[in-house]
Design a protein around this ligand. Sequence first.
Ligand code: KG4
Ligand code: ZN
Length: 355
Amino acid sequence: MDHPLVLGIETSCDDTACAVVDGAGRVLSSVVSSQLAAHRPYGGVVPEIASREHLSNWPAVSREALERAGVGLREVEVVAATRGPGLVGALLVGLSLGKAIAFAEGRPFHAVHHLEGHLFSPFLRAPGDPAAPEPPPARFVGLVVSGGHTSLFAVEDGAVSTLGETRDDAMGEVFDKVGKRLGLPYPQGPRVDELAELGTPGARPLPVSRFGRFSDGLDFSYSGLKSQTLLEIERLERTLGAIDLGDGSKPPQPVLDLLAGFRAAAVGQVLDRLDRLQQRQPIGTLAVSGGVAANRLLRRELPAWAERNGVDLRLVPLVYSGDNAAMIAHAALLRHRRGVVDDLFAAEAESRIPI
Ligand code: KG4
Ligand code: ZN
């Protein structure tokens, strides 16, 4: 175990997470308590419920994280919590807990940007991998695909600048909305992905949004694909009758084919923007993270794309693709190494903040 030991806290949305990362960036423990059951009856995350659930989950989650890591709170040397973006009431719970622990134990505190957590998460090692994590390279391109973001970043010596982002919906959001329309329970993204595996993408193809077809722009747009997919569902319902997959029944083949076509167009857009960026300047290292980095098609297509283009691809380990606190502790460790510390009393929770 290397020093400093970092305690990470993440409560930006509906997962209560706590983790311990050591000074080499090894994840000693990462506990994520899902609130899915509490939000499911409402078909999405209810902010007020999320805050209350964080408060009630915290004692068990933090105890488990420390126990699994085999350390006491006294041994923690750096404390970190997510400051945003996210649901303010939910963020406030974790941020206040982190501040209180740092204050009580007299430890330095880091208020971490949620995206910074995702951005560096591809450099975490998967559980069971005995090798110490490599420090991220000084320069790399980060692609974050989640329920709230679809963004390309250039990272240079810890400084992050945005290369491109979605102009409307985020990629994960659109997977969720398409799934919701079909009656699937929240979060619909993983289930839409599973169903798309059973379809033939070429049977009902949807176009890849080029968004500035003749430009080399790096922004994304997913609302057009969403509308087209919803329209196609409506069209299918005219012949098949109302589609409701909420009861777990096997969907008709045309629906599976449509989902496969939808997923192929969604992933195709990512590859299109990467092509554009690669044409501008060779990417070098590409680090891909966020909840949608769990997508099966994306995880197949990206290595093939990277191989064709001679790009060094770092795909986030599956366990750290969704929201977790290990990525927050890890980002804090990198900040700590660069000599950054946050003022315990000035750090505030914010719903929208630039990276
Ligand atoms: O990073 P994350 O856990 O939370 C945010 O910061 O948004 O990402 C969650 C998003 C949700 O929209 C979820 O449906 C989507 O990631 N997601 C997927 C898959 N797994 C999770 N979308 C497509 N395919 C998947 N396999
Ligand atoms: Zn996230």
